[in-house]
Design a protein around this ligand. Structure first.
Ligand SMILES: O=P(O)(O)OC[C@H]1O[C@H](OP(=O)(O)OP(=O)(O)O)[C@H](O)[C@@H]1O
Ligand SMILES: O=C(O)c1cc(=O)[nH]c(=O)[nH]1
Ligand SMILES: [Mg+2]
Length: 193
């Protein structure tokens, strides 16, 4: 799947939003990729995961023992990646504010894991999720994401294979352009502020 084909799926799903958004990092943006809208169609979710799996070098792909993804945004695409790669899919969640494996999910020490995200903006969530997975014994081989909003700037410390790279501007809340300052901000994601 090419970048243009993947973006066409976002457009078809009405997932390219415009407005004033508070991102997970606290930064602000006039653009938001609502991946849940893209992934609400199971056929589309599955096709995007197969596209992502094709991005992985064959040797790396063959080494993956499990996929792990950070909730909420990572759960559906993580599950579909598990299907595409023929491995189990687990998720990390943060009921107390930091990512942890719950629900009986566990890893063998040294388990070779692929981290799966829906969106990477600053990479903070990915790095926190990888730290939590390593604390459970994982060796993180690489990360994949539907969208890299940093357009290659985010440093995840492992090889990173996004389906789409895009560079939407982000702003500090104290330094908003007038057109954003003029409209109320909404926070679509679930990270607690
Ligand atoms: O690279 P970052 O700057 O960390 O931003 C990307 C993260 O933000 C979103 O999650 P969010 O924290 O909004 O919560 P959700 O997945 O529970 O909706 C998205 O799903 C990524 O996890
Ligand atoms: O940085 C984020 O929080 C973020 C940006 C985006 O476009 N989509 C999303 O789900 N999260
Ligand atoms: Mg998330």
């Amino acid at each position: 799947m090419t970048e243009d084909e993947a973006l066409a799926e976002f457009r078809a799903a009405g997932a390219l939003l415009e407005g004033h958004f508070i991102l997970s990092s606290g930064k602000r943006s006039a653009n938001y990729l609502q991946c849940a809208r893209v992934l609400m169609n199971p056929e589309r979710a599955s096709a995007l995961a197969r596209g992502l799996a094709q991005k992985l070098p064959r040797e790396l792909r063959n080494e993956i023992e499990a996929v792990i993804s950070p909730a909420m945004g990572g759960i559906i695409i993580g599950h579909e990646m598990g299907r595409a790669l023929g491995v189990d899919a687990m998720f990390l969640e943060r009921p107390e504010g930091t990512f942890e494996l719950r629900r009986g999910f566990s890893l063998r020490k040294g388990a070779k894991v692929l981290m799966v995200e829906d969106v990477v903006t600053t990479g903070l969530s990915s790095r926190q999720a990888m730290d939590a997975a390593r604390a459970e014994g994982a060796e993180i081989l690489a990360e994949v994401a539907l969208v890299d909003r940093s357009a290659g700037e985010a440093d995840l410390g492992v090889p990173f294979y996004p389906l789409v790279q895009i560079n939407f501007p982000v702003y500090d809340p104290e330094d908003l352009p007038p057109e954003l300052a003029a409209i109320p901000a909404i926070k679509p994601g679930s990270r607690k502020v």
